[in-house]
Design a protein around this ligand. Structure first.
Ligand code: HEM
Ligand code: HEM
Length: 392
């Protein structure tokens, strides 16, 4: 599905490119022209928009499938690591595409996200200025994003996808549980080919229905001197924007992502003491632990957000201590420490093996990011204050 969606993105993207004008003066009108005056223009744009969102979801779900079935272990370690790069590229293609309509939504979302780059020590300022082509989002930024979006990133995705597929074949195909290894083999054609064909037709039909029923949004033309309140990041970065309200930016932009990246690269090399490759949950206690981890992820995150919202500001309570410690290290230890201790407790209590323990870490992380994103998207209003969704 992910591969097919990428082909659809390239095809519809190339069509859009015939009429899209990558300049601040021309971009917004060209989108209106595509929507209003071109035969099937609106449909092509809608497909490009919805398929981009679907691609992000499917790539993410594919990554979860790989994680849950332990398919990241050797000999699939390189498939896993290059898969992570593919995921980053899919996020980047979504993000660079986001700016292209040049409306208020896209302009300010990109301003919010790129301004975070400056918190990366040493290279942050340089990185931000290079990406923006100046101090703020402007014509050079649009041109950079357009070239990345329609050239560099798709090319990198195509090359890495080829490598990804080659590695899968080299590892002997997809992972199969030990118990099924003795099953008789069947021919690829028609067994696999027909199934893939049906999935492809169903996916295309679904995408067409969604694209006919729901239009890709377009707001007023971008106005650099008027910032909407609240100015929100694209939905997939809202969890990060929500975290920023509670943590020092250095932790949100550097410590959290770096921990995740190092953890992901390290994962295939962790010694496992089980043989549950290819199986979603090894045992009933593994499933039980998964449910506990999801519940804990939900409650710990909500509790942490409420405490951080309603307790006095730690910077004001301890003015002499650097903010990096009061709003960075202390909440980091509190949040990560409590979750980790809880999972260790689960591990001992349910005598989970290492791969089940890793599954609980994964579940708690995914639930926590989901809670953060939902709160950021639905429960934040003017000045990023907490509100009820119907008050937006
Ligand atoms: C993985 C592949 C891709 C993803 C995820 C992606 C994603 C996006 C997104 C999210 C937008 C903003 C759409 C909107 O809401 O209006 C966009 C716009 C655009 N994309 Fe892509 N894109 C991809 C590949 C391509 C390719 C290969 C091209 C061309 C060669 C392309 C050309 C365009 C153009 C011209 C626009 C501006 C028109 C518009 O906003 O509708 N895209 N893309
Ligand atoms: C553009 C995005 C991607 C495409 C098109 C893609 C495509 C595929 C396909 C077709 C397979 C074989 C069938 C299957 O397992 O469903 C596969 C397997 C695999 N993918 Fe991806 N993938 C993408 C992203 C990722 C990501 C983000 C990861 C992990 C971070 C990943 C890691 C793997 C691994 C480890 C396998 C081997 C699984 C096994 O042997 O069971 N891929 N990929």
């Amino acid at each position: 599905m992910a591969a097919l969606l990428i082909v659809i993105q390239i095809f519809t993207g190339l069509l859009l490119k015939f009429h899209y004008v990558p300049s601040p003066e021309g971009a917004y009108n060209s989108i209106h022209n595509i929507d209003e005056s071109l035969l099937f223009g609106r449909l092509a744009r809608n497909i490009h928009h919805w398929s981009a969102i679907l691609l992000l979801w499917i790539t993410f779900l594919h990554m979860l499938r790989v994680l849950f079935t332990g398919a990241y272990r050797k000999p699939r370690h390189a498939t896993w690591i290059f898969g992570m790069i593919l995921l980053i590229l899919v996020i980047l293609s979504n993000f660079t595409g986001y700016l292209l309509p040049w409306d208020q939504l896209s302009y300010w979302a990109v301003t919010v996200v790129t301004s975070l780059l400056q918190y990366i020590p040493v290279i942050g300022g340089y990185l931000k200025d290079s990406l923006l082509g100046g101090q703020e989002v402007g014509s050079a930024t649009l041109s950079n994003f357009f070239n990345l979006h329609t050239g560099v990133i798709p090319l990198a995705i195509i090359i890495l996808m080829g490598y990804h597929f080659w590695r899968i074949r080299r590892a002997g195909g997809v992972i199969v549980p030990e118990s099924e290894k003795e099953n008789p083999m069947v021919d690829t054609h028609p067994n696999l080919v027909y199934r893939e064909f049906v999935v492809a037709v169903a996916l295309i039909a679904f995408l067409l229905v969604i694209s006919v029923l729901f239009d890709a949004p377009i707001r007023e033309r971008a106005n650099p001197s008027f910032s909407p309140n609240p100015a929100k990041a694209p939905w997939y970065f809202m969890g990060l924007q929500e975290l920023l309200l509670h943590f020092h930016p250095f932790f949100v932009i550097v410590v959290f992502p770096l921990t995740l990246i190092i953890g992901s690269i390290w994962l295939p090399y962790i010694k496992m003491n089980d043989s549950n490759a290819g199986i979603w949950f090894l045992s009933d206690k593994g499933k039980k632990a998964g449910i506990f981890a999801a519940t804990a992820g939900f409650f710990f995150s909500v509790l942490f957000l409420l405490l951080s919202e309603f307790l006095p500001d730690s910077e004001k309570v301890l003015p002499s201590v650097p903010a990096l410690i009061t709003t960075g290290l202390i909440p980091f230890i509190l949040l990560i420490g409590t979750k980790y201790l809880f999972l260790r407790f689960l591990q001992v209590r349910l005598s989970l093996n290492r791969s089940e323990f890793i599954q609980t870490i994964l579940i708690i992380l995914v639930t926590s990011y989901t809670v953060l994103s939902i709160i950021g998207i639905l429960f934040r209003g003017k000045g990023m204050n907490l509100i009820w969704p119907w008050q937006i």
